[in-house]
Design a protein around this ligand. Structure first.
Ligand code: AMP
Length: 422
């Protein structure tokens, strides 16, 4: 962790003022590395997940440029384009610009699907300094000639790994092709798989690289545990964890991850019936429903939120003390994103993953990408030693064997079930 204070960074007075008000004294590692490079006008390739402070890392230098060089903007144009994979993340980024830019004169609008386009079209008519958008709706409005990208000076691609997971590669390429060649581009991804590096190469010009690996930031403050148990035991163990949370002296919020929308709904309902106020967010809920659920969660009115991976993207709530992976994700990268919901901004958090027999292969893949075994937690009534044992033996042979988990030993009257899509 760097010890250089924010005051040492050459940021404009209105930005220092807001940082003081927010009581941000020390830049996070990604901010300390990225802000000076971005102020020099460099392109940037950032490997960092949410929770590292990357939003301020790019928003502050952009706001600084908007403050120092105010400009008349043409109708339908924007000076800054931030592309985000989901509307939640877009809303979150928009909120960060509003917060950090409190004392800067600039205009901003959000463009995402799931809501009427008329207010978005009207907002773009005057042109804006900052446009935060999701790819689909942005292209819709470009095709209808409501948005023109020819004047973009700053281009930010946020959470690119997620964007590609969600099938936005073609959309992203179409959007990039519409940008002017002279621009400053910033590219953020939590992972750097070859296809991501290849895409970055086509977008960035002599980029500076900054990398904040999860192991050295968020993840190390998270107390990670895995429980080996039968699928049917997940509910009672979850209730035990929630009861302990509710009885703790410091009230913290809990996010529970479900692999399917249907599972999320069912779980939230049954938790409510058992006396744990819970709500569900997933892709089938309207924007208004999701915002309402998030708002109630943030206020602690429903201290338990059951979410699918896509819906939880961009959920930035400070007081999440516990993440429960009720189902393990079938994409191992999602695990890193999920547990990153806790231990935000230097706080500490706990992430408990439930692993039933049919999920052993998922666990193996996760441990491969986080490059460590997740410590097991067996001090509960539903632990199945045979599963834990099977997993630890599997790990040593996994590298040599094919990807198939083989046929794990049945134990404890478990049912076999396989996760459906989100
Ligand atoms: P992000 O990774 O951009 O989603 O930021 C994670 C959280 O950290 C947000 O709640 C920010 O408000 C907070 N944050 C960002 N930078 C700092 C900082 N330098 N000091 C304290 N909190 C910060």
């Amino acid at each position: 962790m760097t010890s250089t204070p924010f005051e040492a960074l050459p940021l404009a007075a209105p930005l220092h003022r807001v940082l003081r008000e927010l009581e941000y004294t020390t830049p996070s590692p990604i901010q300390a590395q990225a802000i000076p490079l971005l102020l020099q006008g460099r392109d940037l390739m950032g490997c960092a997940q949410t929770g590292t402070g990357k939003t301020a890392g790019f928003a502050l230098p952009i706001l600084q440029a908007l403050h120092e060089q105010p400009r008349q903007i043409r109708s339908r144009c924007c000076r800054t384009l931030v592309l985000a994979p989901t509307r939640e993340l877009a809303a979150q980024v928009g909120k960060s610009f509003t917060t950090y830019g409190r004392y800067v004169r600039f205009s901003q609008t959000l463009v995402y699907g799931g809501v009427g386009q008329v207010p978005q079209v009207n907002a773009m008519r005057r042109g804006v300094d900052v446009l935060v958008a999701t790819p689909g709706r942005l292209l819709d409005l470009i095709d209808q000639r409501h948005i023109d990208l020819s004047q973009v000076e700053f281009f930010v691609l946020d959470e690119v790994d997620r964007m590609l997971d969600m099938g936005f590669l073609r959309d992203v390429k179409r959007i990039v092709a519409l940008l002017p060649a002279k621009r400053q581009s910033l590219f953020f991804s939590a992972t750097l798989a070859p296809n991501i590096v290849e895409l970055a190469r086509t977008i960035l010009r002599e980029p500076a690289h900054v990398s904040i690996t999860p192991e050295t930031t968020t993840a190390e403050k998270i107390d990670q545990q895995v429980c080996f148990l039968a699928r049917d035991s997940k509910r009672p163990l979850l209730e035990q964890l929630l009861r302990a949370q509710a009885n703790a002296t410091e009230q913290k919020l809990t996010i529970v991850f479900s692999r399917t929308k249907h599972g999320a709904n069912k779980l939230a309902k049954s938790l409510c019936a058992s006396g744990f106020p819970a709500d569900a967010i997933h892709g089938n809920k309207s924007q208004a429903q999701r915002e309402k659920a998030l708002d109630r969660f943030k206020k602690g009115l429903t201290p338990v939120l059951v979410a699918t991976d896509v819906a939880a993207r961009g959920v930035d709530v400070r007081d999440i003390g516990l993440v429960v992976n009720f189902d393990l994700p079938n994409e191992p990268e999602a695990y890193v994103h999920r547990i990153g919901r806790t231990a935000r901004a230097g706080a500490e958090g706990r992430a408990v993953s439930f692993c039933s027999e049919d999920e052993l292969e998922y666990l193996r893949e996760i441990e491969k990408i986080i490059k460590m075994p997740i410590p097991r937690w067996d001090a509960h009534d539903w632990h199945i030693e045979a599963l834990a044992d099977h997993h630890s033996r599997g790990k040593f042979s996994a590298a040599a064997k094919s990807k198939s988990p083989g046929s794990p030993r049945r134990s404890g009257g478990q049912r076999r079930s396989h996760g459906r899509g989100r």
